[in-house]
Design a protein around this ligand. Structure first.
Ligand SMILES: *[C@@H]1O[C@H](CO)[C@@H](O)[C@H](O)[C@H]1NC(C)=O
Ligand SMILES: *[C@@H]1O[C@H](CO)[C@@H](O)[C@H](O)[C@H]1NC(C)=O
Ligand SMILES: *[C@@H]1O[C@H](CO)[C@@H](O)[C@H](O)[C@H]1NC(C)=O
Ligand SMILES: *[C@@H]1O[C@H](CO)[C@@H](O)[C@H](O)[C@H]1NC(C)=O
Length: 562
């Protein structure tokens, strides 16, 4: 016990606790019947939160499209300097408006960010140093590579790289890879290829991906755009498009597995727009088992039917499949209601929140009806049939071009919705939505405060260094009561979220080597960093201590190579 000072040992009694693994059941009772609440944070973000990403400086970057004309964030000056008057010309000039903002969680304010080319329907990934790499968009933005280096002091802005993509990427998805700061970008409208950013060798171009041809529903708007990407713990890339999925070895450019088609009718990817997550990876199997979940989407023909003002009922089913090992089979179950345009957010305990979206129609302008106002909570380890709960409903519809992301304090930020090509507030079924909300899950209620781990600090070797893979590190926190529940430790990679898919979202349940609580309530936990970049690509993760289902506030931790 060398790390407890001797004087302290004299006066405190140490309780040695057992680090217990994850299970469900034991800690479900306190949450039974609790539905959470909604908070209205801002009446207007000024810019539609079509794309969202939480930075490690505790800000959220949002943007929509420069092509939407005037937003509701009027600038006094254009980014290149000239003043924006109240003249008719300037009131209509989209360069007199912000199209991206940065939301500061602690001050609850937004500030405008400069964006030079259209990032509409683009993709993104955080690099190991916390910089957001964002690629693609529309028209002049379609081949662009942009960086946002979070600073937390209002001084940072988008930087457009001189390097460009090989192919146009509109509605593509991105995934950070185990190789240091390498990102793969897959698909896009009429782009049946993938490519890497940055390129390794001179002259490296994109690679054909016939799978994207095969899954293209030409007359239905594609149904394979914004493919669901998940990095498996063997380093291969899982790609789900429309109803099919493959495992791609990127080093050899070879499809090494073709998975069975997900059962049932309908499609899952844009414009059918269901959602997908990789379930939490767990130290108990050394992070080897990887299970993917896909929920919701649109019925067959929904996109063309919506054009004729017929809004077909969305899909109710979710599929789960273990993508590692030899036996890969979809296990199907049903949500309480049909849903599309839904976001899936992994909560600190490892439950999945299904939020936003609609019951009928498809993605695209004015193509959906019957907003899904109630989030669903899915508990993956409960018994089949008892996994879904319906949570508190909101009054605000979050349709096409809405998004959601987990915050470090445990709330879920909800923004956007704009099923129109411009900002329209009147005489439409679903107006442009600029209100910013947080869904506050039940675990944040005051009644659980005595269970909540507080004042979490992570002890690093050096503040600027990453914790090396496989190495142990210490976490200190305060617990009012001696825990009689299991203690769990999760690490969460913040995603880039748009069009119902949270790219790079990933949770790991970390191994705890020892845990002890002194009589005054301070707990010291010795944890083990994930074993490799295959399991956890290098970068910032949100570390959360979960006591009997009740999470602490998260702290950022940086995992990487020495
Ligand atoms: C939003 O606007 C309403 C109506 O004007 C007002 O009552 C409310 O306080 C505002 N909320 C916020 C968070 O600004
Ligand atoms: C992080 O890495 C990117 C890509 O190499 C670089 O452009 C950026 O400046 C770096 N950010 C910081 C904060 O060092
Ligand atoms: C969907 O909305 C329409 C019109 O608003 C309403 O008449 C209908 O009952 C709703 N359907 C469902 C299944 O809620
Ligand atoms: C924990 O942090 C809060 C502020 O977040 C502070 O008020 C409180 O005194 C701290 N508790 C302990 C035991 O240090």
């Amino acid at each position: 016990m060398f790390f407890i000072s001797c004087s302290k040992i004299m006066i405190t009694i140490l309780f040695f606790l057992i680090c217990v693994g994850f299970s469900d059941g034991a800690n479900v009772r306190p949450s039974e019947g609790r539905k959470g609440q909604w908070q209205l944070l801002l009446n207007s973000t000024g810019v539609v939160g079509m794309h969202l990403a939480l930075t490690y400086k505790n800000t959220v970057v949002m943007f929509d499209q420069t092509g939407a004309g005037p937003s509701r964030y009027k600038l006094r000056r254009r980014f290149h300097g000239s003043t924006c008057s109240r003249s008719r010309h300037d009131m209509m000039d989209s360069t007199c408006y912000a199209h991206s903002v940065e939301y500061d969680i602690s001050t609850n304010k937004v500030r405008p960010l400069r964006i030079d080319t259209d990032p509409w329907c683009s993709s993104g990934s955080f690099l190991s140093n916390g910089t957001l790499l964002q690629v693609g968009g529309n028209e002049k933005g379609a081949k662009r590579v942009r960086f946002f280096r979070p600073c937390g002091n209002d001084q940072c802005n988008w930087i457009q790289s001189k390097k460009t993509l090989s192919d146009m990427r509109w509605y593509a998805s991105s995934q950070l890879l185990p190789e240091h700061d390498r990102v793969v970008v897959v698909g896009g409208r009429r782009t049946f290829t993938y490519e890497f950013v940055p390129k390794i060798s001179r002259g490296e171009k994109s690679f054909d991906l016939p799978f994207l041809h095969q899954t293209d529903d030409r007359n239905e708007g594609g149904n394979n755009l914004y493919p669901f990407l998940h990095l498996s713990s063997d380093g291969n890339l899982f790609i789900f498009a429309n109803r099919d999925s493959i495992l791609l070895n990127l080093r050899r450019n070879r499809v090494i597995k073709t998975f069975p088609r997900i059962p049932g009718e309908g499609s899952r990817n844009y414009p059918s727009s269901g959602s997908s997550v990789i379930l939490p990876l767990d130290h108990r199997d050394n992070f080897q088992k990887v299970e993917v979940m896909v929920c919701g989407g649109s019925s067959t023909g929904a996109f063309t039917a919506a054009a004729r003002r017929r809004f077909l009922e969305g899909l109710r089913s979710c599929g789960r499949m273990v993508i590692t090992g030899e036996r890969n089979k979809w296990n199907m179950e049903h949500m309480p209601k049909p849903r599309l345009l839904n976001d899936m957010v992994i909560l600190p305990k490892g439950d999945i929140l299904i939020i936003n979206g609609a019951e009928r129609g498809s993605a695209g302008y004015d193509n959906a009806r019957n907003a899904s106002l109630e989030p669903f909570l899915y508990s993956p380890n409960k018994r089949l049939g008892a996994r879904f709960r319906v949570l508190m409903s909101t009054k605000i519809a979050r349709m096409y071009h809405s998004s959601a992301t987990l915050l470090p304090d445990g709330r879920v930020l909800v923004a956007g919705s704009n099923p129109h090509g411009r900002y329209i507030f009147h005489n439409v079924a679903y107006p442009t939505e600029l209100r910013l909300q947080a869904f506050v899950p039940h675990y944040m209620e005051r009644r659980y405060h005595s269970l909540r781990p507080n004042n979490l600090t992570i002890e690093y070797g050096g503040a600027n260094h990453a914790i090396e893979y496989g190495k142990e590190f210490r976490v200190r926190f305060f617990l009012m009561r001696r825990p009689n529940n299991e203690m769990e430790f999760s690490a969460y990679a913040p995603p880039f979220t748009t069009h119902s898919f949270a790219m790079n979202q990933r949770m790991l349940k970390l191994r705890c080597r020892s845990l002890q609580r002194s009589g005054d309530g301070w707990v010291l936990a010795v944890l083990e960093a994930p074993p490799s970049s295959l399991v956890a690509p290098s970068g910032y993760y949100m570390l959360t201590v979960v006591n009997g289902g009740i999470p602490s506030m998260s702290q950022w931790v940086h995992f990487g190579h020495a």
